[in-house]
Design a protein around this ligand. Sequence first.
Ligand code: ATP
Ligand code: MG
Length: 418
Amino acid sequence: MQFSAPKGTNDILASHTPLWRYVEGKFHEIASLFGFQEIRTPMFENAGLFSRGVGEGTDIVTKEMFTFSHSQKEMFALRPEGTAAVVRSYIENGMSSEPKPVKLYYIENMFRAENPQKGRSRQFTQFGIETLGSASASTDAETISVCAFALRQFGISNVELNINSVGCPVCRKAYYEKLSVFLESRLDSMCPDCRSRAAKNPMRVLDCKQEACQAATAGAPLMLDNLCNDCASHFEELQHCLAASKIEFSVNPRIVRGLDYYTKTAFEFLTNDLGSQSAVCAGGRYDGLAETIGGKPTPGVGFGFGIERLLLLMEAQGVLPNLGARQTGVFFASLDSQSARDALGYAMECRSKGIAALTDTLSRSLKAQMKYADKLNSRYVIFLEAEKTSQGIATVRDMETKEQFDIDLSGIASLFDK
Ligand code: ATP
Ligand code: MG
């Protein structure tokens, strides 16, 4: 029986890992330029953390979680997103006593049982940041600027930043009443998902991508027109801070995070270059989350940035970096069986000096060994033949200049001195 990778998962093959390491390396650099420190949380958590922390009414919780149990006692879920786990760790590890704000980032796999399509898989990777302990609009602007900066660093263009405010529990209560009245008479023309959202999470109806729902909600009252003074001035300040950071944006009153613990700022970076998967990065403020999962009230803001979507976008825009061929140090070509054994020892010596070294372990002909060394992109080939080795010397071929010369076997490292 032959097995395939599970639906919606992908192997990242050796030809692609250098690109991944490059992109991940850049994200580590970017995070540190903004003063974020890396956190790594478990790949699975108690399922309840996500149903509370992400929200019972969200797609992630209602449809997309991979859950499992080991005993009857506990239900676990593969991490579908990073924020709830980071906030859980912040509370559990007493990070509120650290100098504020606490700025954390992660590069981690997420798991969601969705229908796989281009740019939408069941295991994917997010670069995410979370800032905890600051309620200011300038922190929201800084969060957004990390994403804008990253997109610029990767050479991406044609991405539009949309921002909105989803209010707070104070202003949202009165707004939900208005919105529910509006939606009630239109339920019949909305998709089944939105019919149930209308009761649990009415604001989410506004960002449904279905045409029927968009038509049905045209003219719906908007949160943005119903903000309390505090939320309205936060939103205004955010716009000033974005302008000061020289970040362009559009206000889009239909962007929604949509549960009580999401507050004020919501934002998305959208592109037309990824087909129907238009969001590259999305985030917002979640001032009520820590309390919801058992901590002290702690303001927070963050985003999740999909790395697979970033790579697709880089490809679509022709900005994938040329990482060049990787050059390995030396290849020991052996001319006889004793030399093949000796090669193992010389290769170990090279490695301990930090020089990548490879040998032939398949007893191939010299011609085949040379072909292999060429494929490996070895910088030097060192020919080992018993007669010469016994005198401590070997012939070297510089694979770049094609020059051939003899060297003292104790001096291989000096080949790399230049
Ligand atoms: P979408 O509307 O595309 O489903 P979302 O609102 O579920 O996105 P978030 O939970 O905000 O997305 O996640 C942030 C980012 O993570 C997205 O903007 C996207 O880049 C990436 N992402 C989310 N789900 C997937 C997935 N299934 N496959 C690949 N990337 C994803
Ligand atoms: Mg989704």
